[in-house]
Design a protein around this ligand. Sequence first.
Ligand SMILES: Nc1ncnc2c1ncn2[C@@H]1O[C@H](COP(=O)(O)OP(=O)(O)OP(=O)(O)O)[C@@H](O)[C@H]1O
Ligand SMILES: [Mg+2]
Length: 259
Amino acid sequence: MDILRTDKLSKWFGGLCAVKEVSFSLVKGEIMGLIGPNGAGKTTLINLISGVFPPTNGNILYQGKNITRLKTHSLNKMGIARTFQIVRIFKTLTVIENVLTAMVNRKTYGPWSLAWGSLFKRSGAFTDNKDACVKAEELLDFVGIGEYRDELAENMPYAFSKRLEIARALATRPEVLLLDEPSSGLNPKEQNDQVEIIKKINQQGTTIMIIEHVMKVIMEISHRLIVLHYGEKIAEGEPEKVYSDPKVIEAYLGGDADA
Ligand SMILES: Nc1ncnc2c1ncn2[C@@H]1O[C@H](COP(=O)(O)OP(=O)(O)OP(=O)(O)O)[C@@H](O)[C@H]1O
Ligand SMILES: [Mg+2]
């Protein structure tokens, strides 16, 4: 079953077409990899889906509803969350405060509702702050940074700040999680840890779309892949097949496959 679908989505920046008539579906429960050379339009596509800016043309459907022009905050409430290519956390807040400020009151209940119990059903996330703190701690433990709870976020090692960003996204209890290069800048050991966390999130039932340049990560983690090149979708399907697709190889080699 599709949880999210785009229909001929396009985004123009002045004379530049960053995303060109891209149609695809996310199947509930899958991990979809989104790859392509620098400037291919990957982040722009995630910006469109997460409501950072509206598309120039085309539509986005989520659980059958048209969400094309909704803003990030509304989409958060509906169960769509994302992380950023360049980490965006509140550096001068503590680690747990970063998670607390990300909690939103969701009206519907995604896969996380089971793990979260009925805490949020009655009222807002902050009416019983102690409960919120317990949940925030659980999330920090879930991504393995519980010991940094009361540290200022700016004092955390870089790899852990990437995990904090994921914890902040999880605080909105997403059904669809969009990850923009969660492994960038990490060493191989940290990349493996990140893969484990992402798999664990997916096992809770969250559908994931992940942009990643680290091929080892993307091949290990993705059920399916989409490839963008100059804003267009040039391939889609099983990772092994997509990886050996001549069109994809050519895109990555800069159009000169003989070189
Ligand atoms: N807000 C913006 N205003 C103008 N141009 C933009 C904007 N965002 C992206 N672009 C342009 O759109 C194109 C696609 O950029 P995008 O960031 O989506 O690529 P990407 O696939 O994420 O690349 P990378 O792998 O380097 O992160 C690029 O040419 C970029 O310069
Ligand atoms: Mg990008």
